[in-house]
Design a protein around this ligand. Structure first.
Ligand code: HEC
Ligand code: HEC
Ligand code: HEC
Length: 102
């Protein structure tokens, strides 16, 4: 019985740690963004939107900052951020200012 409670507690703790940890470790990833202006990818906001690590890693993004060479052309073709930011899963890639900050 005690073991069972311990197991359940562990599962709950691990589940919450997973959510709090987010992308990566609840942090943000910054991209230069060229002429578009800086892009900040917020891991916590994506975790809050229900996205799990393996929704993005490693089929969409590698797990090392800067390993993916992301361009707007790719995004508009439905790759990288554009896998979701297509106006269906999440806001469309035409909403520049939602990602790019001058
Ligand atoms: C919505 C998509 C998305 C989700 C969900 C996501 N990540 Fe990421 N992750 C990214 C992007 C984008 C990058 C940056 C990749 C790049 O620059 O090429 C990244 C980078 C990383 C990195 C490398 C960071 C660095 O500084 O090198 C790690 C580690 C990582 N993610 C871990 C995780 C873990 C663990 C989870 C789940 C808790 C997670 N990610 C969920 C999109 C995501
Ligand atoms: C879902 C987020 C997102 C949206 C929306 C978005 N971008 Fe981007 N954009 C990015 C990311 C990520 C990069 C890659 C940045 C890097 O690697 O430095 C990028 C790169 C760029 C670049 C650099 C050169 C290139 O072509 O890759 C320009 C210019 C740019 N975006 C303009 C725009 C414009 C204009 C819009 C609206 C029509 C837009 N972006 C909408 C995320 C977005
Ligand atoms: C696996 C799907 C997925 C991928 C890949 C993804 N996003 Fe998102 N993103 C979402 C969802 C879902 C939301 C929340 C719904 C919405 O805002 O439309 C969101 C929200 C956002 C927001 C708004 C956050 C806020 O302030 O509320 C930004 C900015 C953003 N994403 C940028 C990016 C950038 C930049 C990339 C690529 C580096 C990216 N996303 C890749 C699914 C994704």
């Amino acid at each position: 019985m005690k073991l069972r409670i311990l197991a359940v507690t562990l599962i709950v703790v691990l589940a919450f740690a997973g959510v709090a940890m987010a992308v990566p470790g609840g942090k943000t990833v910054e991209f230069e963004g060229g002429a578009g202006g800086k892009v900040v990818f917020d891991g916590q906001k994506h975790a809050d939107a229900g996205k799990k690590c393996n929704d993005c890693h490693t089929n969409i993004f590698k797990m090392k900052k800067g390993d993916d060479k992301i361009t707007m052309k790719d995004i508009n073709e439905g790759k990288f951020c554009g896998t979701c930011h297509n106006g269906k899963v999440a806001f469309a890639a035409t909403e520049c200012a939602k990602c790019h900050k001058k």
